[in-house]
Write a new protein. Sequence first.
Lengths: 189, 189
Amino acid sequence: MQKETRKEEILRVAARLFKNKGYSAVTMRDLATEMGIKAASLYNHISSKQAILQEIVLAIAEDFTAGMHKIIEADSNSIKKLEQIIDLHVKIAIENTDGLAALNSDWMHLESKLDYYLKLRQDYENNYRTIIESGIANKEIKAVKPDVLMFSMLSTLRSLYLWIPKKGNVNPKELSASLAQILIKGINI
Amino acid sequence: MQKETRKEEILRVAARLFKNKGYSAVTMRDLATEMGIKAASLYNHISSKQAILQEIVLAIAEDFTAGMHKIIEADSNSIKKLEQIIDLHVKIAIENTDGLAALNSDWMHLESKLDYYLKLRQDYENNYRTIIESGIANKEIKAVKPDVLMFSMLSTLRSLYLWIPKKGNVNPKELSASLAQILIKGINI
DNA sequence: GTCTATACGCTGATAGAC
DNA sequence: GTCTATCAGCGTATAGAC
């Protein structure tokens, strides 16, 4: 286990503050105080407040993109793929709860990287929808409206970060299994 | 159809801005510009920025509370009650999309009214959970984990405001029916 | 009901000493 | 790597003229 750099510490603490109050309401002075230093000292490690948000959000967005690519390339049926998507969201939500909160709540405050973020999200949703549509075509999934199903599943998965901290130590496998039961069994033929 | 007062106009425009950028990132100057007046003029109609947020969020929170009370008092089974909860969320999401966004994203910026808001939300969730637990006890609902089911349904219903504007003119009955199919049919015995 | 003028604390960020 | 000092601009809000 290698030591956390000062920059990593800033990103970790910033994510926690962003989760609680939102990007706009957190000041560089808040962040510095939380780290026990002065605001000016932060700038030896990061170039701007905006750069902090970018690093936090884009790292996670790229994790989701990479995870989705693994899933769509694998040779498995649609239900399995949906289960793997649940696993992916549970894993990221547990490993990086605060960062995920920032992604979900503060992505619109990305400035120069906003277009890039939106493209990643769009591609992710397109891949998701394609999995559902294939499943319906193959009669693995009930003939529900693909958009409503994707919206419903994604709403739950995107909200995981709100729910995980309340539950203390979460068992990822158990949580994934419960979610799969509720999100998928109902649509499984 | 009675004319909108200046104050109502402020609340409506503010809700739209809060939805897009979040409470903290919207300035009184932004709001005034959007209304075609100067920031100082806003204070003839509202006492503070905080008061705007309170009016928007608490009105909706109280709508949910009133709706839930009607549902739990009615003489119907658990599945019917869950369907009525879906209807309630769809109705409010369509009628007051922007205000609902502010409630979901900016409730933590309520200052003196935060405790009141949290109590309304807690009571709402307790009533929701009780409906699910009764349904499981009566064998109307599969023996899933009540908390996971409530979390999943509420995540979807609370995210409706994100989804509705993309869909243009929404038919509430059709949307409620699709959601009920996906959220309830899977857990129905 | 809206305006101009103004108060004044807080904001992100930089320069330069140690 | 952290500090103090500093800055220009923006934040909410008030006073008082029209």
